[in-house]
Write a protein that binds this ligand. Structure first.
Ligand SMILES: [Cu+2]
Length: 189
């Protein structure tokens, strides 16, 4: 009994000692980790300003401040697929979510880009339905897999739709009237 007590005391003492050493090491590691993390943060920050600078170098220097300010208020890009469906012929899939609807509302930061792809069985031409306009590239998506990009330099609510053409091939049967695709893009200030 007595011996056990002593052993226990010795053990406690050792634990205390090694515990202190461990704490000292842990504190050292902590300081080191904090240094590494702030370095990483600095690198990420400088990368971000680099990409903003690249945008400015593209000939839109006035956009630089807008991009910097609005990155926190909306994503810089979104992707919408036009998919073929039996009911209504075509529908939209936003950012590969798999939730299909002929209407989509997306949020973007100013300077943001919408990537469109037409996987329907007919051509679609992307147009602004009303309201403010933005830059359309490749609006006439005339084959399966055709892509278009829309860049939104300024804040606002944009309404896009498509003008559908004739099926590439005969014999594609669908039910109900063809859907009208409506895309609302809310660009943050
Ligand atoms: Cu269609």
């Amino acid at each position: 009994m007595k011996n056990e007590q002593t052993d226990q005391e010795q053990f406690d003492e050792q634990v205390n000692k090694s515990g202190k050493v461990f704490l000292e090491i842990a504190a050292g590691v902590g300081v080191f980790a904090a240094l590494i993390m702030s370095l990483v943060a600095l690198m990420v920050a400088s990368n971000n300003s680099n990409s903003s600078a690249a945008t400015a170098a593209n000939g839109q220097p006035d956009r630089l401040s807008t991009v910097g300010r609005s990155l926190a208020t909306g994503p810089p890009s979104a992707t919408i697929m036009i998919d073929h469906v039996t009911r209504g012929c075509h529908t939209l899939d936003v950012n590969g979510s798999g939730r299909l609807s002929p209407r989509a509302t997306i949020h973007l930061a100013a300077g943001g880009v919408l990537h469109m792809q037409n996987n329907d069985v007919m051509p679609h031409t992307l147009v602004f339905a009303r309201g403010p306009q933005a830059t359309l590239v490749g609006a006439a998506m005339g084959h399966m897999g055709a892509k278009s990009t829309v860049t939104f330099p300024a804040a606002g609510t944009y309404s896009l739709t498509t003008k559908a053409g004739e099926d590439y091939m005969k014999g594609v049967t669908t039910t109900g009237p063809d859907n009208t695709l409506r895309i609302k893009v809310i660009v943050a200030a």
